[in-house]
Structure formats: C-alpha cells, structure tokens
Design a protein around this ligand. Sequence first.
Ligand code: PLP
Length: 400
Amino acid sequence: MKKDNRFETKVIHSGYSSDQHHGALAPPIFPTSTFVFPDAETGEHRFAGEQEGYIYSRLGNPTVKMLEERIAVLEGGDQGLAFASGMAAVSAVLMGLTKSEDHILCSQGVYGCTFGLLQMLRDKYNVEHDLIAMSHPDVIEAYIRPNTKVIFIETPINPTMALVDLKMIGLIAAKYKIKVVVDNTFCTPYLQRPLEHGCHLVIHSATKYIGGHGDVVAGLVVGDKETIDLLAATTQKDIGGIMSPFDAWLLLRGLKTLPVRMDRHCDNAMYISKKLRKHPSVEAVYFPGDPEFADYTIAQKQMARSGGLISFKIKGDKKDAQNFINSMKLLKIAVSLGDAETLIQHPATMTHAVVPKEARDRMGISDNLIRLSVGLEAKEDIWEDLEQALQQHLRKTETV
Ligand code: PLP
C-alpha cells in the first residue's frame, strides 16, 4: 500500500498483506496463547527484547498487531495498542502516565466510568484531578499545577456534545509539557484526528463505531512510539486487559466499512436533528452540525462532519423522558453507540448514573436529557418512530 493512499483505502489495506498469509484475502485469526521458540536461546533473546518475534499473547499476537498497525495509520500515530475494552484502554493510559501525587486535568463531562475511574485513582492512589470547562486558555492555565501530568478530554463530550478546541489544548500542553489524551470514540479518525492538532494520545472505545455492529467490546490507544512502548511494558502487560485475536479480527472487518458507515450515520443524524429542532415537545437539541449549537465553530474547525450522535431535552421531567423512551417501536432502548441500529438512552439514569447528581448538573446532564445514537436505517423510518413518540408526549402534556 502506498503511504499517500486515501483514508478509504487505508481502512481496508493498512496493517495486513495477503502475501504473507497464503494469499488469504481476509486476515487470519491466531487464537494461540503462546508461541513455540525454536530453541532456548531464541526465548532468551525475545524476552530480552534483542530479537523480534512473538512470545505469549498477552505480550503480542499477530491478529491484534494487524489491528494496532491499522488504527495507528488511520490516526496518524507511530503505534497502536489494543485492549479488552474502552475502559481498559482509559485506565491503562491514566495509570501508566501518572503516579501518586500527580494531577490530571479533565474536561467537565466525560463518560460515567471515566469519571468513576478518576474518583478511584484519587481515593485509592492519591492521583488528583480537576474537572473543568475547557473553553478558554486562561481558565485552563489557572488549573495547571507543577504536578499536572495529563490533560484528558472528550470531544464531543458524552453526552452533552460540548466540544473542546483541540488545537488550543495542544498549544497549552506544549507550553507546559503536559501530555494530552483525547477520547475520540464519538468521532473516529474518519471525522477527527487529534494527533494532527498537537495532542499526544488517542483513545477509542472500539466497541462503538470502529466495530460498528454491536458485537464486540474493545479499546484502542494510538500515540508516539515511546509512550506506547511504555504502556505496553507496564499497564498493558502487568494489568493485562488485552484484546482477544477474534475481537481484533472483528474490528479489522468493521474498519473496512468505517467511512461508508460514518457518512450514513452523519447524513441520518443531520436529518433527524433538523426534525427534532422543529418539534414543539423538544426543549433543546445538542448537535455539532447545527449552526445554532454553541460549539458549532469548533466543530467546523476540527471535525470533517458532525457525527451520528444527538442529545436533546424533551419538555418535562425524568418520568416524561422515560415515558417518551418507552414509546419507541423501532428504536432500541440501549446504551452504547455507533451501531447499525438507532439506540436511545437516558444518560442521567444509565451511562452517567454513577455520576452524583450535583456533578451531573455541573456537566449539563439534566433528567430530561436523552441521547440518540442515530443508526443506519432509513432516516424517514427513524424519524417516524421518534415523531410518533413525540406526538404521544405532546398529547399527554396538552391534556395535563
Ligand atoms: N469512552 C466513551 C466516550 C464511551 O462512550 C465509552 C462507553 O460508552 C467508553 C469510553 C468506555 O468504553 P467500553 O464500554 O468499551 O469500555
């Protein structure tokens, strides 16, 4: 494959060559726990890092390696690293880059379990953190301490869809020599490549758009060789949350259609967001492609398209939101995102239930907020289902 091939070609060809595998078009799965050494000395040299070659699948596996190479090419980093879940990736990165008495600066609003991990790191291992709105350099710089080792951000932030200016963060981090870690799950490298904006590491819950079919739980990290080598030799090897060869194979397959799927997710979400905006039962819509969205200009700068996720507030309270969700006929009530099926969920009681109410309020996760992962179905069918549920909601509120 040529280095300057386009993204749509790289998702299919990078990291794998059929020449080395009997011409097999699809990559082989190597479901082996260990690798046989031809002699004791080879074992010694491989363990000492003096000779290339596989040792044991927690330390590396050929199918997993293909995926690590493919995602590294797509994100524009030196190397990738695969994990058993997005959270295994997040925890390996945060624990690998910090030690007791270090400080993490985090975007105000992150996935609920990342929030939980930050609490645990603070309470058990004395790694402190601040969650702040990363809207202005002065605000961010005011929170940077001599012991700040990591700036961790999601953009778009789950589930409020607020955006963080990656270039601004990259410049601040360079000034203070802090590593910036970006959870790029919502965008994928097809829509946004944080390393191009001066950020250092990218994380994915590959469970989502990268897999794309709701049949795998997995995580990926991409960055510079030195940092990835460090993570591979420490928190990946010793904590051991590695990806199975079969899951890597599913993700290699999923990646081949990523651009096609993402375009369809983006088209459908744009259509649905416009419809939602006009409905009298909808209080607010949060979607990066909406010119009236607060962070629209940031979206224009760093996202190729606006993505497939929409959050919106339905008029009313928690019960109204739950009744609305319960009246879906086609849409599935489920957490996760990036699947072929349109998924609808209630962040305050589902993905972000672990976040205490005051913190949820600060993050903008109200009880009437609903998150929609717009799927690949016909956009008109998705809207018809939402519309019938909105009409039911409207009729109920009008009769009260
Ligand atoms: N990051 C984001 C933005 C997520 O939405 C999720 C899961 O929903 C995760 C990380 C965690 O990923 P996983 O469920 O694969 O562990």
